[in-house]
Design a binder for this molecule. Structure first.
Ligand SMILES: Cc1cc2nc3c(=O)[nH]c(=O)nc-3n(C[C@H](O)[C@H](O)[C@H](O)COP(=O)(O)OP(=O)(O)OC[C@H]3O[C@@H](n4cnc5c(N)ncnc54)[C@H](O)[C@@H]3O)c2cc1C
Length: 387
């Protein structure tokens, strides 16, 4: 058994750390959060380092699909700002991973080189006003009309729709009673006539603003069906394929990044902040909290390494990725809240990054399959009879 981080991943981690320090200073991260702003120029520089190519095979212009390395990039970016980390996921993962897994050869040849160059971002259009966890009941429809599709319906919490090139939309393509069978995934440009986008004001994850999107007689070429003609009515297969394992890890990697930042800031603060004539880091209650945070972070890191390794090997890992998603998001939330306790009143003030870590970490158990859904899946896969 070898627990050492492979050399090439350490190099990627160091490169992203240096990038974050020079291109994503703390003051900038605070500003992006406050203004709900996507720093496109920073994103473009990140693409210039080849980071989007980590999910794209060499034959399509990438450096070869490397899931552990991709998770490290997400973690390192999330330590500083989700305004860059989430658009990175929209590009490398939503576009790169999904196209690599599910697209037709022609779609791969057309789009993947652009993904590797940082020129394509996808927004996920899955959730709808009446559809949350139960995705198979989506109501947005796509109907064939010659070489085109006509789309009607609406999507909710479609994060980054306004900065995306395509909404990767789950749509109903046949009678609703067949549920899982009559679903397809279609690429819808947010600029197409008939698409309208309205912001939803949320607590955190600023930068890739989440939105309501409505489609009124939106026409796209049939070419935009993911998987080509073979992908028609195969949307559910694509959603529950191995891409879902990686998607769970993406959210877990964000949680890990935020928790690491919360721990690091706490570590410095307890040595600087003095009360009763001594640093608060000398108080047993604070010392124990830091010991627990560090222990929890260690368990998170090991789970992530293991699950990402399994996914990279192409091994069955739905159980491990669900456990990783569940544990890292719950533990990450607790670490952020503990950091807020350590910072006292300052952890509640917007001038301190801990306040943002708390807002951002609260989201992680909700998105990408809620904590309750992960628990359902874990226990069902463990095989405990329900009756
Ligand atoms: C900031 C933000 C960004 C988002 N970005 C995107 C995005 O880009 N694209 C996208 O498609 N969606 C996005 N979402 C939506 C997110 O994925 C959904 O919130 C999530 O799928 C859950 O749906 P829901 O919130 O409607 O909860 P519901 O499904 O209505 O569930 C409500 C509660 O009931 C629980 N519950 C539901 N069913 C079960 C069950 N079977 N067993 C046990 N408990 C259950 C849930 O865990 C939850 O606690 C985003 C949400 C937010 C807040």
């Amino acid at each position: 058994m070898n627990f050492e981080e492979p050399e090439h991943i350490t190099m990627i981690r160091d490169t992203v750390r240096r990038f974050v320090e020079t291109e994503m200073p703390r003051e900038a991260a605070r500003k992006w959060d406050k203004e709900n702003h996507f720093p496109r120029t920073v994103f473009d520089k990140l693409a210039g380092l080849g980071m989007m190519g980590l999910t794209v095979d060499e034959g399509y212009g990438g450096s070869g699909r490397d899931i552990p390395a991709t998770m490290v990039v997400i973690e390192e970016l999330s330590r500083r700002s989700l305004a860059v980390a989430v658009p990175y996921i929209m590009s490398a993962c939503y576009a790169g991973m999904n196209l690599g897994e599910c697209a037709s050869e022609e779609q791969k040849r057309t789009l993947l080189p652009k993904v590797a160059a940082g020129e394509v971002l996808f927004a996920y259009g899955w959730t709808e006003p009446d559809v949350g966890a139960d995705l198979a009941s989506v109501k947005t429809t796509a109907v064939r009309d010659g070489d085109e599709l006509v789309i009607n319906g609406s999507k909710r919490f479609c994060s980054g729709a306004a900065i995306s090139d395509y909404i990767y939309a789950l749509v109903r393509t046949g009678p609703a009673d067949a549920r899982y069978k009559n679903l397809s995934i279609v690429l819808i440009p947010p600029t197409a006539p008939g698409v309208s986008i309205t912001g939803i004001d949320c607590m955190g994850m600023k930068g890739a603003a989440t939105t309501d999107v409505s489609f009124t007689d939106v026409r796209v070429p049939a070419w935009n069906i993911i998987g080509g003609e073979d992908g028609w009515n195969r949307g559910w297969d694509f959603i529950v394929g191995s891409g879902l394992d990686v998607e769970k890890l993406e959210v877990a990697a964000i949680a890990l990044g935020i928790a690491s930042a919360a721990f690091d800031d706490s570590w410095e603060y307890v040595q600087e902040r003095k009360q009763f004539g001594r640093a608060i880091g000398t108080q047993q209650s604070i010392r124990h909290m830091l010991a627990d945070m560090r222990t929890s972070l260690h368990s998170c890191r090991l789970m992530m390494m293991h699950a990402a390794w399994l996914a990279q090997q192409g091994k069955t890992c739905r159980l491990e990725t669900s456990m990783t998603k569940l544990h890292l998001c719950e533990a990450g939330k607790k670490i952020a809240l503990d950091a807020q306790t350590i910072f006292g009143a300052y952890g509640y003030a917007k001038d301190f990054d801990v306040e943002r870590y708390v807002r951002d970490s609260l989201l992680m158990p909700i998105i990408g399959g809620s904590a309750a859904i992960q628990r359902n899946n874990i226990i069902n896969w463990m095989g405990l009879p329900k009756k």
